[in-house]
Design a protein around this ligand. Structure first.
Ligand code: NAG
Ligand code: NAG
Ligand code: NAG
Ligand code: ZN
Length: 522
């Protein structure tokens, strides 16, 4: 090997030194960003609640039995939505008298008005003692998706059987736990002679699983016609994630600030029918299949970093263990890597892009007839950084075949992103209530809902819409949604009632002056 000339050696040394220097600087920057973020120490209480009239939760053994039995009774009413015009109206009609029976204080308080909306939905107006305070709203839904009668660990998905500390049944998580939790919390407050100071509304829709047109839409329209403006609205959505996000040291409360949009589109190809003994080169089925195959093989762009999905990782950065904390605190560098990892599983993939799901295919009339038409239904769920129009344009470009007709049957844009800052009243209430009820939770961060909720019908009433169920959610719970073995632990449901009980009281605090709060630190 020839010796290096002295000049070349010097140049090489300088280059190496520079490389070392750059590496050191980079390491310092990465570490500094990761460790300058505050650790997740419990922050002091944000409010001085001395002098506020508060009542203790401290549920008695009898109350704990009552709240559990009340939920079980609600599960047993089979309020199934089979389709927009196919609901179990018998069960829906039974639901009203049922809640009247188990929550007598709610139905007899002179400052609470109850109305039935759209036949089976319920609207409660709780008149606070201080009309100066802007009202808020809690919503949930009574209807459930159908349940397969077999495949469950218990005999019947509507029996509300209790086993190993869990109540099993359709609706235990989605969403009768919230319906009953909200009313139960209010019932307990009233029985302790608590009169809310801030007015609030409770909206219980009866057709969320089939779009909410008869329930939530009408409730929202009714309130809008009364000129109501809400301080914030809380609906179902995300959860307290425990062990779901790899590398997080403690459970994290994820509160969804937006939800994805959606398009249901029909793609079709029509042709002159003829006999299959002298077929054309391509039939409508072949042409459409090819178009669909292109859609599957060229997924929509990965948009990680372009929308609010990145906020969750940024805010949770200090909560991750090494080395994930370094990575999350430096998404400016590691973003592309993280986005590739997120693409790998369906649930996280749904967070980073508009998803494409071919859900139906209809074609052909007879085995020896050239199919006159082929139609497929494709369901897109739109990432918050895209719009309906943008997605349809990409679909057209990807298919690139004029013979394929694309028609959007229904479509709506992603929902506006709710505020995430230390001035927003609702967020401060959630933070304080989490501190009160879930001391093990290390952080609170914004997320996106990959499904849709009734809350999207309330955008004219407030920009502060939050989707959060105060229930601890473990990795195996995902499959229970709309699936088999949906369940809630008795302890989780008690905690949910307690959360709502404290949330109503915390919302009664008149805030001024506004303190400095970093939400990721609980
Ligand atoms: C409708 O609900 C009622 C009451 O819960 C139940 O008895 C009935 O079997 C349900 N019908 C269907 C079709 O689900
Ligand atoms: C909000 O109000 C506008 C204008 O009245 C109306 O067109 C729109 O449908 C309303 N949005 C919802 C979600 O009700
Ligand atoms: C809100 O938080 C931000 C960042 O954490 C901080 O810069 C700001 O001063 C806070 N505002 C108030 C009013 O505390
Ligand atoms: Zn739901």
């Amino acid at each position: 090997m020839a010796a290096l000339s002295p000049r070349l050696r010097t140049a090489l040394c300088v280059a190496l030194l520079l490389l070392c220097a750059v590496t050191v600087v980079l390491l310092v920057v990465l570490l500094a960003r990761a460790y300058s973020m505050k650790p997740a120490v419990p922050a002091p209480e944000i409010w001085d609640r001395e002098g506020e009239r508060r009542v203790e939760a401290a549920f008695s053994p009898q109350e704990r039995r009552d709240l559990k039995e009340a939920l079980k009774g609600a599960i047993r009413l089979q309020t199934v939505s089979f389709g927009p015009d196919d609901q179990n109206t018998t069960a829906l009609a039974e639901f009203g008298p049922y809640i009247r029976k188990v929550f007598p204080a709610v139905f007899s308080a002179p400052f609470i008005q109850h109305e039935v909306i759209g036949g089976y939905s319920h609207l409660f107006t709780i008149q606070g003692s201080n009309p100066q305070l802007q009202p808020y709203m809690l919503i949930a839904h009574i209807d459930v998706v159908p349940a397969s009668p077999t495949g469950w660990d218990v005999d019947d998905p509507f029996s509300a059987e209790e086993r190993d500390g869990f109540i099993y049944g359709r609706g235990t998580l989605d969403n009768k736990n919230s319906v009953m939790g909200i009313l139960q919390a209010l019932e307990f407050l009233l029985r302790r002679n608590y009169r809310p100071r801030r007015s609030f509304y409770i909206g219980l829709g009866h057709d969320e699983e089939v779009d909410g047109q008869k329930g939530a839409v009408k409730i929202a329209a009714e309130l809008e016609s009364r000129g109501v403006k809400l301080s914030f609205l809380l609906d179902e959505g995300m959860f307290i994630l425990d062990g779901v996000v790899t590398g997080l040291k403690k459970p994290a409360a994820i509160i969804a600030v937006t939800e994805k949009g959606a398009i249901t589109a029909d793609l079709s190809v029509t042709m002159v029918p003829g006999h299959s003994s002298a077929p054309p080169k391509r039939t409508s089925i072949g042409i459409l299949s090819e178009a669909l195959s292109r859609l599957e093989q060229q997924p929509m762009p990965n948009l990680f970093g372009k929308g609010p999905e990145i906020m969750m990782f940024e805010q949770l950065a200090p909560e991750f263990s090494f080395p994930l904390n370094i990575i999350m605190a430096n998404l400016w560098l590691f973003g592309p890597l993280v986005s590739r990892v997120l693409e790998q599983t369906p649930t996280t993939n749904a967070m980073v892009r508009t998803t494409t799901a071919i859900t139906m295919f209809r074609a052909g009339v007879k085995s020896n007839v050239i199919p006159p038409s082929a139609t497929a239904t494709v369901n897109f769920r739109i990432h918050p950084a895209q719009t309906v129009a943008e997605v349809l344009e990409i679909v057209e470009k990807t298919i690139d075949d004029k013979r394929v007709k694309i028609e959007a049957e229904s479509a709506f844009d992603p929902l506006p992103v709710s505020p995430w800052d230390n001035q927003t009243f609702g967020l401060r209430v959630f933070r304080q209530t989490l501190l009160d009820v879930f001391p093990d939770v290390g952080s609170m961060a914004p997320g996106i809902c990959i499904g849709n909720t009734d809350s999207r019908h309330f955008t004219n009433l407030t920009n502060a819409i939050y989707r959060f169920n105060p229930v601890v959610f473990k990795p195996d719970d995902m499959a229970r949604f709309h699936g088999l073995n949906e369940r809630i632990s008795v302890e989780s449901f008690e905690k949910q009632v307690e959360f709502l009980f404290q949330l109503i009281q915390n919302s009664d605090i008149d805030l001024s002056p506004e303190p400095h709060v970093n939400f990721h630190e609980l």
